[in-house]
Write a protein that binds this ligand. Structure first.
Ligand SMILES: C[S@@+](CC[C@H](N)C(=O)[O-])C[C@H]1O[C@@H](n2cnc3c(N)ncnc32)[C@H](O)[C@@H]1O
Length: 462
Protein backbone atom coordinates (compact mmCIF):
# COMPACT_ATOMS: atom_id res chain seq x y z
CA UNK A 1 0.00 0.00 0.00
CA UNK A 2 1.15 3.51 -0.63
CA UNK A 3 -0.47 6.13 1.57
CA UNK A 4 0.11 9.07 -0.70
CA UNK A 5 -1.78 9.51 -3.94
CA UNK A 6 0.64 12.29 -4.93
CA UNK A 7 3.49 9.82 -5.43
CA UNK A 8 4.88 9.91 -8.96
CA UNK A 9 6.03 6.28 -8.92
CA UNK A 10 3.78 3.78 -10.58
CA UNK A 11 2.29 1.40 -8.06
CA UNK A 12 3.74 -2.11 -8.10
CA UNK A 13 1.46 -4.98 -8.92
CA UNK A 14 -0.66 -5.89 -5.85
CA UNK A 15 -0.08 -2.39 -4.51
CA UNK A 16 -3.09 -0.16 -3.92
CA UNK A 17 -2.79 3.59 -4.06
CA UNK A 18 -5.09 5.58 -1.81
CA UNK A 19 -5.35 9.08 -0.51
CA UNK A 20 -4.05 10.04 2.90
CA UNK A 21 -7.61 10.59 4.13
CA UNK A 22 -8.61 7.11 2.99
CA UNK A 23 -5.61 5.51 4.66
CA UNK A 24 -6.35 7.32 7.93
CA UNK A 25 -10.04 6.33 7.71
CA UNK A 26 -9.13 2.67 7.20
CA UNK A 27 -6.69 2.82 10.13
CA UNK A 28 -9.38 4.30 12.33
CA UNK A 29 -11.98 1.73 11.33
CA UNK A 30 -9.52 -1.04 12.16
CA UNK A 31 -8.65 0.60 15.44
CA UNK A 32 -12.30 1.02 16.42
CA UNK A 33 -12.94 -2.62 15.66
CA UNK A 34 -10.02 -3.73 17.79
CA UNK A 35 -7.57 -4.59 14.97
CA UNK A 36 -4.83 -2.62 16.68
CA UNK A 37 -1.82 -4.22 14.98
CA UNK A 38 -3.28 -3.63 11.51
CA UNK A 39 -4.10 -0.03 12.37
CA UNK A 40 -0.56 0.44 13.67
CA UNK A 41 0.90 -0.86 10.39
CA UNK A 42 -1.20 1.59 8.41
CA UNK A 43 -0.21 4.57 10.56
CA UNK A 44 3.46 3.58 10.40
CA UNK A 45 3.27 3.34 6.62
CA UNK A 46 1.77 6.81 6.45
CA UNK A 47 4.54 8.11 8.70
CA UNK A 48 7.20 6.43 6.59
CA UNK A 49 5.98 8.60 3.71
CA UNK A 50 5.12 11.67 5.80
CA UNK A 51 6.96 11.58 9.15
CA UNK A 52 5.19 14.66 10.57
CA UNK A 53 1.63 13.80 9.57
CA UNK A 54 -0.24 14.84 12.76
CA UNK A 55 -3.25 12.49 12.44
CA UNK A 56 -1.06 9.46 11.91
CA UNK A 57 1.15 10.49 14.85
CA UNK A 58 -1.91 11.01 17.03
CA UNK A 59 -3.73 7.79 16.15
CA UNK A 60 -0.52 5.78 16.33
CA UNK A 61 -0.05 7.21 19.83
CA UNK A 62 -3.53 6.06 20.82
CA UNK A 63 -2.96 2.58 19.35
CA UNK A 64 0.35 2.28 21.19
CA UNK A 65 -1.28 3.10 24.52
CA UNK A 66 -4.15 0.72 23.75
CA UNK A 67 -1.59 -2.05 23.29
CA UNK A 68 0.31 -1.33 26.47
CA UNK A 69 3.16 0.79 25.06
CA UNK A 70 2.22 3.88 26.99
CA UNK A 71 5.47 5.86 26.96
CA UNK A 72 5.86 5.43 23.22
CA UNK A 73 2.20 6.36 22.83
CA UNK A 74 2.55 9.57 24.81
CA UNK A 75 5.65 10.47 22.78
CA UNK A 76 3.75 9.99 19.54
CA UNK A 77 0.77 12.11 20.69
CA UNK A 78 3.19 14.80 21.88
CA UNK A 79 4.88 14.71 18.47
CA UNK A 80 1.47 15.30 16.86
CA UNK A 81 0.97 18.27 19.16
CA UNK A 82 4.34 19.71 18.28
CA UNK A 83 3.27 19.78 14.64
CA UNK A 84 -0.24 21.01 15.45
CA UNK A 85 -0.44 22.55 18.95
CA UNK A 86 -4.20 23.21 18.83
CA UNK A 87 -5.14 19.66 17.86
CA UNK A 88 -8.04 19.21 20.32
CA UNK A 89 -8.64 15.49 19.87
CA UNK A 90 -4.97 14.79 20.49
CA UNK A 91 -4.98 17.02 23.58
CA UNK A 92 -8.04 15.21 24.90
CA UNK A 93 -6.53 11.77 24.24
CA UNK A 94 -3.33 12.86 25.93
CA UNK A 95 -5.57 13.72 28.90
CA UNK A 96 -6.99 10.18 28.82
CA UNK A 97 -3.56 8.56 28.86
CA UNK A 98 -2.37 10.79 31.70
CA UNK A 99 -5.62 10.12 33.58
CA UNK A 100 -5.08 6.37 33.29
CA UNK A 101 -1.65 6.83 34.78
CA UNK A 102 -3.15 8.64 37.76
CA UNK A 103 -1.51 11.95 36.73
CA UNK A 104 -4.64 13.86 37.61
CA UNK A 105 -3.26 17.41 37.53
CA UNK A 106 -1.74 17.04 34.06
CA UNK A 107 -4.77 15.17 32.73
CA UNK A 108 -7.12 17.86 34.04
CA UNK A 109 -5.03 20.60 32.40
CA UNK A 110 -5.25 18.71 29.08
CA UNK A 111 -9.05 18.33 29.27
CA UNK A 112 -9.51 21.97 30.20
CA UNK A 113 -7.31 23.08 27.31
CA UNK A 114 -9.34 20.88 24.94
CA UNK A 115 -12.58 22.47 26.21
CA UNK A 116 -11.08 25.95 25.89
CA UNK A 117 -10.26 25.24 22.25
CA UNK A 118 -13.58 23.55 21.54
CA UNK A 119 -16.28 24.62 24.01
CA UNK A 120 -18.84 22.08 22.77
CA UNK A 121 -16.51 19.08 23.11
CA UNK A 122 -18.82 16.60 24.87
CA UNK A 123 -16.21 13.84 25.34
CA UNK A 124 -13.78 16.20 27.03
CA UNK A 125 -16.55 17.25 29.48
CA UNK A 126 -17.38 13.61 30.14
CA UNK A 127 -13.76 12.70 30.81
CA UNK A 128 -13.14 15.78 32.92
CA UNK A 129 -16.28 14.98 34.96
CA UNK A 130 -14.94 11.46 35.62
CA UNK A 131 -11.60 12.84 36.77
CA UNK A 132 -13.21 15.48 38.96
CA UNK A 133 -15.43 12.77 40.49
CA UNK A 134 -12.39 10.64 41.25
CA UNK A 135 -10.76 13.55 43.02
CA UNK A 136 -13.94 13.88 45.12
CA UNK A 137 -15.17 17.24 43.79
CA UNK A 138 -18.71 15.95 43.51
CA UNK A 139 -20.56 19.27 43.01
CA UNK A 140 -18.30 20.12 40.10
CA UNK A 141 -18.67 16.59 38.71
CA UNK A 142 -22.46 17.03 38.62
CA UNK A 143 -22.18 20.32 36.73
CA UNK A 144 -19.68 18.92 34.22
CA UNK A 145 -21.74 15.75 33.68
CA UNK A 146 -24.82 17.89 33.08
CA UNK A 147 -22.91 19.89 30.46
CA UNK A 148 -21.65 16.67 28.83
CA UNK A 149 -25.19 15.35 28.71
CA UNK A 150 -26.46 18.54 27.02
CA UNK A 151 -23.71 18.34 24.41
CA UNK A 152 -23.65 14.57 24.11
CA UNK A 153 -24.02 12.66 20.88
CA UNK A 154 -27.47 11.71 19.73
CA UNK A 155 -28.33 9.21 17.09
CA UNK A 156 -31.73 9.77 15.57
CA UNK A 157 -33.84 6.65 15.21
CA UNK A 158 -33.75 7.15 11.42
CA UNK A 159 -30.00 6.50 11.45
CA UNK A 160 -30.51 3.23 13.28
CA UNK A 161 -33.33 2.31 10.88
CA UNK A 162 -30.96 3.08 8.02
CA UNK A 163 -28.31 0.82 9.61
CA UNK A 164 -30.87 -1.99 9.87
CA UNK A 165 -31.74 -1.49 6.21
CA UNK A 166 -28.04 -1.67 5.26
CA UNK A 167 -27.72 -4.93 7.17
CA UNK A 168 -30.77 -6.35 5.38
CA UNK A 169 -29.20 -5.43 2.03
CA UNK A 170 -26.12 -7.37 3.05
CA UNK A 171 -23.97 -4.21 3.37
CA UNK A 172 -22.65 -5.43 6.67
CA UNK A 173 -19.52 -3.27 6.85
CA UNK A 174 -21.55 -0.05 6.41
CA UNK A 175 -24.19 -1.25 8.86
CA UNK A 176 -21.51 -2.21 11.38
CA UNK A 177 -20.05 1.30 11.21
CA UNK A 178 -23.47 2.78 12.05
CA UNK A 179 -24.05 0.31 14.89
CA UNK A 180 -20.60 1.11 16.25
CA UNK A 181 -21.49 4.81 16.38
CA UNK A 182 -24.69 3.90 18.22
CA UNK A 183 -22.69 1.77 20.66
CA UNK A 184 -20.24 4.63 21.22
CA UNK A 185 -23.19 6.88 21.90
CA UNK A 186 -24.53 4.36 24.46
CA UNK A 187 -21.11 4.13 26.07
CA UNK A 188 -21.00 7.91 26.31
CA UNK A 189 -24.40 8.04 27.99
CA UNK A 190 -23.48 5.23 30.39
CA UNK A 191 -20.39 7.24 31.40
CA UNK A 192 -22.37 10.43 31.94
CA UNK A 193 -25.16 8.76 33.91
CA UNK A 194 -22.74 6.82 36.09
CA UNK A 195 -20.78 9.93 36.93
CA UNK A 196 -23.77 12.06 37.61
CA UNK A 197 -25.64 9.45 39.65
CA UNK A 198 -22.60 8.59 41.75
CA UNK A 199 -21.74 12.25 42.36
CA UNK A 200 -25.30 13.06 43.43
CA UNK A 201 -25.33 10.04 45.71
CA UNK A 202 -22.07 11.09 47.38
CA UNK A 203 -23.59 14.52 47.93
CA UNK A 204 -26.56 12.89 49.64
CA UNK A 205 -28.92 14.11 46.87
CA UNK A 206 -30.52 10.68 46.74
CA UNK A 207 -33.79 11.62 45.01
CA UNK A 208 -31.88 13.20 42.14
CA UNK A 209 -29.47 10.25 41.96
CA UNK A 210 -32.41 7.85 41.84
CA UNK A 211 -33.88 9.78 38.88
CA UNK A 212 -30.58 9.59 37.02
CA UNK A 213 -30.35 5.81 37.54
CA UNK A 214 -33.96 5.32 36.44
CA UNK A 215 -33.36 7.38 33.29
CA UNK A 216 -30.26 5.28 32.60
CA UNK A 217 -32.29 2.05 33.05
CA UNK A 218 -34.86 3.40 30.57
CA UNK A 219 -32.14 4.09 28.02
CA UNK A 220 -30.29 0.84 28.60
CA UNK A 221 -32.52 -1.68 30.42
CA UNK A 222 -30.06 -4.59 30.23
CA UNK A 223 -27.09 -2.76 31.69
CA UNK A 224 -26.47 -4.26 35.16
CA UNK A 225 -24.79 -1.16 36.59
CA UNK A 226 -27.76 1.22 37.01
CA UNK A 227 -29.76 -1.59 38.65
CA UNK A 228 -26.97 -2.18 41.18
CA UNK A 229 -26.49 1.53 41.93
CA UNK A 230 -30.24 2.09 42.19
CA UNK A 231 -30.42 -0.56 44.91
CA UNK A 232 -27.55 1.11 46.78
CA UNK A 233 -29.31 4.47 46.45
CA UNK A 234 -32.82 3.45 47.52
CA UNK A 235 -31.96 0.57 49.85
CA UNK A 236 -34.71 -1.41 48.10
CA UNK A 237 -34.06 -4.90 46.69
CA UNK A 238 -30.42 -4.96 47.82
CA UNK A 239 -28.95 -8.05 46.13
CA UNK A 240 -27.29 -10.61 48.40
CA UNK A 241 -24.19 -10.09 46.28
CA UNK A 242 -23.34 -8.13 43.13
CA UNK A 243 -24.71 -9.97 40.12
CA UNK A 244 -22.34 -11.91 37.87
CA UNK A 245 -23.28 -9.52 35.03
CA UNK A 246 -22.33 -6.48 37.12
CA UNK A 247 -18.96 -7.99 38.06
CA UNK A 248 -18.07 -8.96 34.49
CA UNK A 249 -19.18 -5.58 33.17
CA UNK A 250 -17.18 -3.60 35.74
CA UNK A 251 -14.01 -5.69 35.72
CA UNK A 252 -13.80 -6.42 32.02
CA UNK A 253 -13.73 -2.65 31.51
CA UNK A 254 -11.29 -2.12 34.33
CA UNK A 255 -8.82 -4.93 33.46
CA UNK A 256 -6.51 -2.97 31.15
CA UNK A 257 -5.79 -0.24 33.69
CA UNK A 258 -6.48 -2.10 36.97
CA UNK A 259 -2.88 -2.62 38.16
CA UNK A 260 -1.79 0.92 37.40
CA UNK A 261 -4.86 2.53 38.95
CA UNK A 262 -4.64 0.41 42.09
CA UNK A 263 -0.93 1.17 42.52
CA UNK A 264 -1.80 4.87 42.43
CA UNK A 265 -4.34 4.20 45.21
CA UNK A 266 -1.72 2.54 47.41
CA UNK A 267 -3.65 -0.70 47.17
CA UNK A 268 -2.46 -3.07 49.89
CA UNK A 269 -4.99 -5.93 50.20
CA UNK A 270 -2.72 -8.48 48.44
CA UNK A 271 0.23 -7.64 50.72
CA UNK A 272 -2.03 -7.80 53.79
CA UNK A 273 -3.34 -11.24 52.80
CA UNK A 274 0.09 -12.65 51.94
CA UNK A 275 1.53 -11.39 55.24
CA UNK A 276 -1.33 -13.12 57.06
CA UNK A 277 -0.51 -16.41 55.31
CA UNK A 278 3.11 -16.02 56.43
CA UNK A 279 2.05 -15.20 60.00
CA UNK A 280 -0.17 -18.29 60.05
CA UNK A 281 2.23 -20.75 58.45
CA UNK A 282 5.80 -19.46 58.83
CA UNK A 283 8.32 -19.15 56.03
CA UNK A 284 7.09 -20.31 52.60
CA UNK A 285 7.81 -23.96 51.77
CA UNK A 286 5.89 -24.44 48.52
CA UNK A 287 3.72 -27.04 50.20
CA UNK A 288 0.14 -25.81 50.09
CA UNK A 289 -2.64 -26.27 47.59
CA UNK A 290 -3.86 -22.69 47.35
CA UNK A 291 -6.92 -21.03 45.84
CA UNK A 292 -6.92 -17.31 45.04
CA UNK A 293 -10.67 -16.60 45.05
CA UNK A 294 -11.38 -13.53 42.90
CA UNK A 295 -7.79 -13.51 41.67
CA UNK A 296 -8.36 -10.61 39.26
CA UNK A 297 -5.19 -9.66 37.36
CA UNK A 298 -3.14 -11.76 39.79
CA UNK A 299 -1.81 -9.14 42.18
CA UNK A 300 -1.59 -11.77 44.96
CA UNK A 301 0.20 -14.32 42.81
CA UNK A 302 3.84 -13.29 43.25
CA UNK A 303 3.46 -13.12 47.04
CA UNK A 304 1.49 -16.34 47.49
CA UNK A 305 3.32 -18.50 44.94
CA UNK A 306 6.25 -19.39 47.27
CA UNK A 307 3.75 -20.96 49.69
CA UNK A 308 2.06 -23.04 47.01
CA UNK A 309 2.82 -26.34 45.39
CA UNK A 310 -0.30 -25.74 43.33
CA UNK A 311 -1.94 -22.36 42.80
CA UNK A 312 -5.42 -21.98 41.31
CA UNK A 313 -7.11 -18.68 40.53
CA UNK A 314 -10.83 -18.28 39.99
CA UNK A 315 -12.57 -15.16 38.74
CA UNK A 316 -15.67 -14.14 36.81
CA UNK A 317 -14.02 -11.57 34.55
CA UNK A 318 -12.37 -13.05 31.43
CA UNK A 319 -10.33 -9.90 30.88
CA UNK A 320 -8.96 -9.86 34.43
CA UNK A 321 -8.10 -13.55 34.02
CA UNK A 322 -6.32 -12.84 30.74
CA UNK A 323 -4.02 -10.44 32.61
CA UNK A 324 -3.45 -13.03 35.35
CA UNK A 325 -2.56 -15.63 32.69
CA UNK A 326 0.21 -13.36 31.35
CA UNK A 327 2.00 -13.68 34.71
CA UNK A 328 2.57 -17.42 34.27
CA UNK A 329 2.34 -17.94 38.03
CA UNK A 330 -0.96 -19.82 38.34
CA UNK A 331 -1.12 -23.57 37.71
CA UNK A 332 -4.79 -23.26 36.86
CA UNK A 333 -7.09 -20.30 36.09
CA UNK A 334 -10.83 -20.76 36.05
CA UNK A 335 -13.55 -18.43 34.79
CA UNK A 336 -16.42 -19.10 37.17
CA UNK A 337 -18.43 -17.62 39.98
CA UNK A 338 -16.28 -18.34 43.01
CA UNK A 339 -19.01 -19.71 45.32
CA UNK A 340 -19.99 -22.19 42.64
CA UNK A 341 -16.39 -23.19 42.11
CA UNK A 342 -15.89 -23.67 45.87
CA UNK A 343 -19.07 -25.72 46.10
CA UNK A 344 -17.87 -28.18 43.48
CA UNK A 345 -14.37 -28.50 45.00
CA UNK A 346 -14.86 -30.30 48.34
CA UNK A 347 -11.84 -30.81 50.62
CA UNK A 348 -9.44 -29.52 47.96
CA UNK A 349 -7.36 -26.67 49.42
CA UNK A 350 -5.04 -25.95 52.33
CA UNK A 351 -5.35 -22.20 51.95
CA UNK A 352 -8.02 -20.01 50.34
CA UNK A 353 -7.18 -16.34 50.00
CA UNK A 354 -9.52 -13.64 48.77
CA UNK A 355 -8.26 -10.06 48.54
CA UNK A 356 -10.78 -7.26 48.02
CA UNK A 357 -13.32 -9.60 46.43
CA UNK A 358 -15.89 -10.40 49.13
CA UNK A 359 -16.58 -6.65 49.13
CA UNK A 360 -18.88 -7.61 46.23
CA UNK A 361 -20.82 -9.91 48.55
CA UNK A 362 -23.36 -8.69 51.09
CA UNK A 363 -24.57 -11.92 52.63
CA UNK A 364 -21.44 -13.96 53.44
CA UNK A 365 -22.86 -17.15 54.93
CA UNK A 366 -23.14 -19.03 51.64
CA UNK A 367 -19.57 -18.29 50.57
CA UNK A 368 -18.03 -18.98 54.00
CA UNK A 369 -19.88 -22.34 54.15
CA UNK A 370 -18.62 -23.19 50.64
CA UNK A 371 -15.07 -22.18 51.62
CA UNK A 372 -15.22 -24.35 54.74
CA UNK A 373 -16.32 -27.33 52.66
CA UNK A 374 -13.57 -26.70 50.09
CA UNK A 375 -10.81 -26.61 52.72
CA UNK A 376 -8.92 -29.58 54.05
CA UNK A 377 -8.86 -30.05 57.84
CA UNK A 378 -6.91 -27.27 59.52
CA UNK A 379 -7.06 -25.21 56.31
CA UNK A 380 -7.17 -21.42 56.36
CA UNK A 381 -9.60 -18.96 54.79
CA UNK A 382 -7.95 -15.52 54.70
CA UNK A 383 -9.77 -12.55 53.20
CA UNK A 384 -10.33 -8.81 53.35
CA UNK A 385 -13.56 -6.84 53.61
CA UNK A 386 -14.52 -3.18 54.01
CA UNK A 387 -15.64 -2.02 57.43
CA UNK A 388 -19.15 -0.99 58.40
CA UNK A 389 -20.31 0.28 61.80
CA UNK A 390 -23.08 -1.54 63.59
CA UNK A 391 -25.04 1.75 63.66
CA UNK A 392 -25.05 1.97 59.85
CA UNK A 393 -25.49 -1.74 59.25
CA UNK A 394 -27.68 -3.28 61.95
CA UNK A 395 -28.10 -6.43 59.83
CA UNK A 396 -24.35 -6.90 59.50
CA UNK A 397 -23.70 -5.40 56.07
CA UNK A 398 -24.59 -2.51 53.81
CA UNK A 399 -24.30 -1.70 50.11
CA UNK A 400 -22.45 1.62 49.84
CA UNK A 401 -22.97 4.27 47.16
CA UNK A 402 -19.90 3.14 45.19
CA UNK A 403 -21.49 -0.27 44.72
CA UNK A 404 -19.35 -2.24 47.16
CA UNK A 405 -20.51 -3.84 50.40
CA UNK A 406 -19.14 -3.24 53.88
CA UNK A 407 -19.52 -5.54 56.89
CA UNK A 408 -19.56 -5.35 60.66
CA UNK A 409 -17.03 -7.30 62.68
CA UNK A 410 -19.69 -9.19 64.65
CA UNK A 411 -21.43 -10.34 61.46
CA UNK A 412 -18.18 -11.66 59.98
CA UNK A 413 -17.37 -13.49 63.22
CA UNK A 414 -20.84 -15.05 63.36
CA UNK A 415 -20.84 -16.35 59.77
CA UNK A 416 -17.33 -17.76 60.13
CA UNK A 417 -18.22 -19.58 63.35
CA UNK A 418 -21.49 -20.86 61.95
CA UNK A 419 -19.63 -22.23 58.91
CA UNK A 420 -17.33 -24.31 61.11
CA UNK A 421 -14.36 -21.96 61.36
CA UNK A 422 -12.40 -21.04 64.42
CA UNK A 423 -11.86 -17.29 64.13
CA UNK A 424 -8.11 -16.67 64.34
CA UNK A 425 -8.56 -12.95 63.94
CA UNK A 426 -10.65 -10.13 62.50
CA UNK A 427 -8.36 -7.13 62.57
CA UNK A 428 -8.59 -3.62 61.24
CA UNK A 429 -6.44 -2.94 58.19
CA UNK A 430 -5.78 -0.29 55.53
CA UNK A 431 -6.95 -1.41 52.08
CA UNK A 432 -6.43 1.52 49.69
CA UNK A 433 -7.26 5.17 49.16
CA UNK A 434 -10.64 6.32 47.92
CA UNK A 435 -9.88 9.77 46.53
CA UNK A 436 -7.59 10.92 49.31
CA UNK A 437 -9.42 9.06 52.10
CA UNK A 438 -8.04 5.77 53.45
CA UNK A 439 -10.49 2.87 53.13
CA UNK A 440 -10.56 0.91 56.37
CA UNK A 441 -11.06 -2.81 56.13
CA UNK A 442 -11.01 -6.09 57.99
CA UNK A 443 -8.48 -8.83 57.60
CA UNK A 444 -10.34 -12.00 58.56
CA UNK A 445 -8.70 -15.35 59.25
CA UNK A 446 -10.75 -18.50 59.69
CA UNK A 447 -9.15 -21.83 60.60
CA UNK A 448 -11.20 -24.81 59.62
CA UNK A 449 -11.96 -26.42 62.94
CA UNK A 450 -10.70 -30.00 63.02
CA UNK A 451 -13.49 -32.51 62.66
CA UNK A 452 -16.18 -29.89 63.21
CA UNK A 453 -19.05 -29.68 60.79
CA UNK A 454 -21.12 -26.51 60.30
CA UNK A 455 -23.65 -25.94 63.02
CA UNK A 456 -26.87 -27.87 62.26
CA UNK A 457 -28.98 -24.77 62.94
CA UNK A 458 -27.07 -22.89 60.28
CA UNK A 459 -28.77 -22.67 56.92
CA UNK A 460 -26.38 -21.05 54.44
CA UNK A 461 -29.19 -20.03 52.13
CA UNK A 462 -31.18 -18.16 54.80
C1 LIG B 1 -11.08 -5.65 43.31
S1 LIG B 1 -10.71 -7.04 42.36
C2 LIG B 1 -9.43 -7.82 43.35
C3 LIG B 1 -8.60 -8.77 42.54
C4 LIG B 1 -7.42 -9.41 43.28
N1 LIG B 1 -7.85 -10.27 44.35
C5 LIG B 1 -6.52 -8.33 43.80
O1 LIG B 1 -6.39 -8.20 45.01
O2 LIG B 1 -5.95 -7.59 42.99
C6 LIG B 1 -12.10 -8.11 42.65
C7 LIG B 1 -12.10 -9.30 41.72
O3 LIG B 1 -13.11 -10.20 42.18
C8 LIG B 1 -13.80 -10.72 41.07
N2 LIG B 1 -15.13 -11.15 41.57
C9 LIG B 1 -16.03 -10.42 42.25
N3 LIG B 1 -17.09 -11.17 42.59
C10 LIG B 1 -16.82 -12.44 42.13
C11 LIG B 1 -17.52 -13.68 42.19
N4 LIG B 1 -18.73 -13.76 42.77
N5 LIG B 1 -16.96 -14.76 41.62
C12 LIG B 1 -15.74 -14.67 41.01
N6 LIG B 1 -15.04 -13.53 40.92
C13 LIG B 1 -15.57 -12.42 41.48
C14 LIG B 1 -13.82 -9.60 40.06
O4 LIG B 1 -14.01 -10.05 38.75
C15 LIG B 1 -12.46 -8.98 40.28
O5 LIG B 1 -11.49 -9.52 39.42
Amino acid sequence: MSADSTTSEKPHRNEVTMSLAEAIAIGQTMQRNGYFRDAEIIYRQILAAKPHQPDALHFLGVVLTQTGRRDEGIASIMAALEVKPDYVDAISNLGNVLHEQGLFGHAEAAYRRAIQLKPDFADAYLNLAALVFETERFEEAVVLSQRAMELGPTIPQERLDAANALAREGRHADAAEQYLRAAERDLFHAGVHENMGQSLQRLGRLDEAEKVYRRWINLDPHNPRPHHYLASCTGVDIPSRASNEFIVDVFDRFAATFDERLTALEYSAPAVVVKAVRDESGEPQSKYTVLDAGCGTGLCAAGIKPFANHLTGVDLSPKMLAKARELNLYDKLIAEELTEYLSRSPVSFDVIISADTLIYFGELATVTAAAAAALRPNGRFIFTLEQADLMDAPNGFLLASHGRYAHTESYVRTVLEQSGFEVAGITETFLRLEGSTPVKGWLAIGRKAQGREPSPVFDPTS
